[in-house]
Design a protein around this ligand. Structure first.
Ligand code: ADP
Ligand code: MG
Ligand code: MG
Length: 874
């Protein structure tokens, strides 16, 4: 029989797979001798067994749990049935990867109508005992019976208002008893069920409920969002209760060993006196900063500081610690590597390396490459801010970044509006795990209650969404959909601008710009470049984009698309003349004019990149993209070209294709109109010659022919282009070292790579088309069904975003192998979206490619991903 239950002292931090993150860390802290209330963990395997067996609890598991329960009774000297030493337990979920607030917890389990009286006698504190009982009733009702917490909370609010009680902790024992009675009535009313009085029955029901919570909606969404597999299951931790709600010498709190927002190396956290469990994060009472504890309970504070330092050193990372103080005695209830903003992640990684707690490699490995995007978050333009009307400066800077959007007061509306293309800001009194679907799609999140560790703050930081929390100046009415602020009122749909970096909120749309880079970012980039084996290039052709990429230290351009250059009005006319005219002379003249433009285009590109590598792709799209489609436009163009409308329309109709993506495009264009590619090749060479003469720049253009599928295409075009270039070079008495390569973007090209390689100086995988052609998915339409494929598990991820290793990846593997058998040093790169995706980059790195090319803003992401892959393969 496999072991399914583990005492805390039997486990350790390495056992996350079986014990879940929370359980493994509780075990580790127990091992370290830290004050963790004793308990045991039911494994994730037990959870998966339960879920796979039609939700049936096996008698073996039940027995095993009973055994551990007895052990716990023995060692603690407490028991469910001992009126003088009542054992109360917490039942806590905890999966391998932390999913804050996504699953369920039940506290004070073991109380019933009898035990609550004993607890009152033992502690001589009746209100404490009934406070525990009403909490149990609410949590158990919610978690086990699915009674919405609003039934309990609604009544509690009503009761407090009626008796003019401000905070929960001011309720008297008599009042709490009334509330408990009402809560039990709610069970009957809503579920026609009694609250189970038998503690063992409570326990097993709670364990089952935690198992099942693995599959609740919000947990599923969270897993999808963070790409956590569905088959891991959650462990269940059963632990002796300690009581932060047992008076004014007690309390509960959460702290980070460093600031999760800025990364500052200083304890950061909050606590509440006389409170239990989620009171701190629920934002019901406003918690105190952890520094206050120093005065309130100096010894406890000192102990906590020491323990948190110990934990940080032990885990060699910033920790997020949950603690409870019971009558001045400190207990640790949880630790984990703290979630943090991208900004703080970079600072913490650099600091930990410099403090000697981590190696450079570990520093780089600790980062999520994608999170760089948040560092490069936009900020509000200073001047625009001066003009803007303030809503409030009273909020907390809970998650940095700036964003604007229209106000929505609930998650469902936010989702709906985003689906129809709006940008929204979710504005709520506080958020709860039910809101996750709306938070994901919002540009920013604003709450009027709760602190820096409130649900909204933690989740927003995790998602990299900007957030202002606890803005008490806002009076938010979620029902009427209005928010009052000191100088006015806003309603649903109004635009606001939110600055999560300083907590400010403004009326209307404030203009955004990109933020400055910072020293920690620079340091990580420098280290990443040390480790990365792959070269990182950019896909860019405009001067601005190229400069952006160069600022991030891109090793040149992996893909300069030339088609964009044809769309400026004066060129479009010439292009159309070329495409649509049937006079050879007119076509020749059109090309000559375009040639002059193109020379200037390439001069700009080559002079901006200086002597860095540049791959120029010759014209790729089908010609019909350049011709007008609306009747009015056709009429206008006909006039411009001085031909009859009917003639022009006829010519346009001829260009029409049923499947343009599989149509007359790429090198196929040049097989029928070689003069197009010759003109482009000429422009490339002439611009290189003139830069050589004017600026002494040694430009070595890499000319790339797209969409080759047959050797003949390449041989013919190569011959023509080479001849044409030779002719120019002789005429100009110049020498330009250029290379001629091809894009590999058809499955057939992959399979004949050993032939193509003979005529090509380099290959670049065009992964967008290759994916499209391999699946037969139209890139432009696939979005309609791809999500369904992912939901149904047919596809693990969108293959246009992350390499499909078994299909598209296999083709690439074959092509690389075939090419390098013939030419071992063949230069091979990747351009296309996958060139900026960390997982795909790791795949390309392991295949031994020379470079990946991505959009300029993804260059830093690509460097970190390439470094991580290189470190992993060491
Ligand atoms: P989550 O995964 O949502 O953080 P937890 O299992 O950590 O849920 O439980 C939430 C809170 O309940 C804890 O932060 C702690 O305050 C309280 N809690 C859990 N177990 C105990 C316990 N044994 N004694 C006292 N409080 C507890
Ligand atoms: Mg929770
Ligand atoms: Mg917790």
């Amino acid at each position: 029989m496999t072991k399914r239950v583990y005492r805390f002292k039997e486990g350790n931090a390495e056992m996350k797979e079986i014990l879940g993150g929370k359980g493994a860390n509780l075990a580790e802290m127990t091992r370290l001798g830290l004050p963790v209330p004793d308990g045991f963990t039911i494994s994730t395997e037990a959870c998966m067994d339960y879920l796979n067996n039609g939700q049936a609890f096996t008698s073996e598991l039940k027995k095993e749990i009973e055994t551990y329960l007895e052990q716990l009774e023995l060692s603690s000297g407490k028991s469910f049935d001992d009126p003088e030493n009542i054992m109360l337990l917490s039942v806590r979920s905890g999966a391998k990867f932390s999913m804050p607030g996504m699953m369920d917890t039940v506290l004070n389990l073991g109380l019933n109508d009898e035990n609550v009286k004993h607890l009152a006698t033992i502690t001589q504190d009746e209100s404490f005992a009934y406070d525990c009982y009403r909490r149990l009733l609410q949590m158990f009702g919610d978690v086990v019976f699915g009674i919405d917490t609003s039934h309990f909370e609604g009544y509690l609010d009503f009761y407090k208002q009626k008796h003019s009680v401000l905070v929960d902790s001011d309720l008297t024992a008599e009042q709490l008893k009334e509330i408990v009675t009402e809560y039990k009535r709610i069970y009957l009313e809503i579920k026609k069920l009694e609250f189970p009085q038998d503690p063992r029955e409570q326990l097993f029901a709670a364990v089952e409920a935690v198992f099942s919570s693995w599959n609740n909606e919000r947990a599923k969404i969270y897993r999808q969002l963070h790409r956590i597999p569905d088959n891991l299951g959650t462990a269940v931790n059963i632990q002796l209760m300690v009581f932060g709600n047992s008076g004014n010498q007690s309390g509960t709190g959460v702290a980070f060993t460093r600031n999760p927002s800025t990364g500052e190396n200083k304890l950061f956290g909050e606590y509440l006196i006389n409170a239990q469990g989620e009171d701190v994060v629920a934002g019901i009472r406003t918690p105190l900063p952890i520094a206050n504890l120093k005065e309130a309970m100096p010894e406890v504070y000192q102990q906590f500081v020491e323990m948190s330092e110990l934990l940080e050193k032990h885990y060699r990372d910033m920790q997020d610690i949950e603690f409870t103080i019971e009558n001045k005695k400190l207990y640790l209830l949880q630790t984990r590597n703290g979630k943090r903003t991208a900004h703080s992640a970079f600072k913490i990684a650099v600091d930990l390396v410099e403090e000697g707690l981590k190696t450079k490699e570990e520093g780089i490995m600790s980062l999520d490459p994608q999170s760089v995007n948040q560092l490069l978050h936009p900020v509000f333009v200073e001047e625009a801010l001066k003009e803007a009307d303030l809503v409030s400066k009273a909020g907390l800077p809970a998650s940095p970044g700036s964003a604007t959007g229209r106000i929505c007061f609930d998650a469902a509306t936010a989702k709906e509006w985003v689906d129809r293309g709006e940008k929204v800001v979710l504005v709520r009194q506080e958020t709860s795990p039910e809101d996750i679907g709306g938070m994901v799609v919002s540009e920013a999140i604003v709450t009027s209650r709760g602190g820096m560790t409130s649900h909204a703050a933690v989740v927003a930081r995790g998602m990299g969404t900007c957030c202002v929390a606890g803005c008490s100046e806002l009076e938010i009415d979620e029902f009427l959909k209005v928010v009052k602020y000191p100088n006015g009122t806003l309603t649903e749909g109004d635009v606001i601008s939110v600055d999560g970096t300083n907590g400010d909120i403004y009326v209307g749309h404030v203009e955004l710009t990109l933020s400055e880079k910072n020293e920690y970012f620079e340091q990580i980039m420098a280290w990443s470049k040390e480790f990365a084996r792959l070269e990182i290039r950019m896909n860019a052709e405009t001067e601005n984009d190229i400069k952006t990429g160069i600022a991030f230290d891109a090793n040149g351009i992996g893909l300069a698309r030339t088609e964009h250059m044809f769309f400026a009005p004066e060129r479009l006319i010439e292009m159309r003349r070329f495409i649509l005219s049937d006079s050879t002379l007119a076509r020749k003249e059109a090309l000559e004019t375009i040639l002059e433009y193109q020379i200037e285009d390439f001069k700009t590109i080559f002079s901006t990149t200086q002597e860095k590598a540049v791959v120029v792709r010759l014209l790729d799209p089908p010609l019909h993209e350049f011709v007008p489609s609306k009747q009015a436009d056709v009429e206008r163009v006909a006039k411009e070209m001085d031909i009859r409308y009917e003639v022009l329309q006829q010519r346009i109709n001829e260009l029409h294709e049923i499947n343009p993506m599989l149509g007359h495009r790429g090198c196929r264009l040049a097989i029928t109109y070689p003069e197009l590619y010759l003109m482009q090749a000429e422009a490339i060479i002439r611009s290189a010659i003139s830069l050589q003469r004017e600026m002494k720049l040694d430009v070595n253009p890499e000319i790339m022919i797209p969409l080759v599928g047959m050797t003949g295409e390449l041989t013919i075009l190569k011959e023509k282009i080479n001849q044409h270039i030779q002719h120019i070079l002789e005429e100009e008495k110049a020498t330009i070292a250029y290379t001629l390569g091809t894009m590999i973007e058809l499955p057939r090209a992959c399979l004949i790579a050993d032939e193509l390689v003979k005529d090509a100086d380099f290959f670049s995988f065009g992964t967008n088309d290759l994916t499209q052609m391999t699946y037969g998915f139209s890139r432009d339409d696939a979005a309609k069904y791809i999500n369904q494929y992912i939901t149904d598990g047919i596809l693990p991820v969108d293959p246009f975003q992350t390499i499909d290793e078994e299909g598209v990846g296999e083709l690439i593997r074959i092509a690389v192998k075939k090419a390098r058998t013939i030419k071992p040093k063949m230069k091979i790169g990747v351009c296309g979206e996958l060139g900026g995706d960390p997982e795909s980059i790791a795949f390309f790195d392991k295949l031994g490619l020379d470079y990946v090319s991505c959009s300029p803003y993804r260059v830093p992401v690509a460097y970190i991903a390439a470094a991580q892959s290189a470190i992993q393969s060491k």
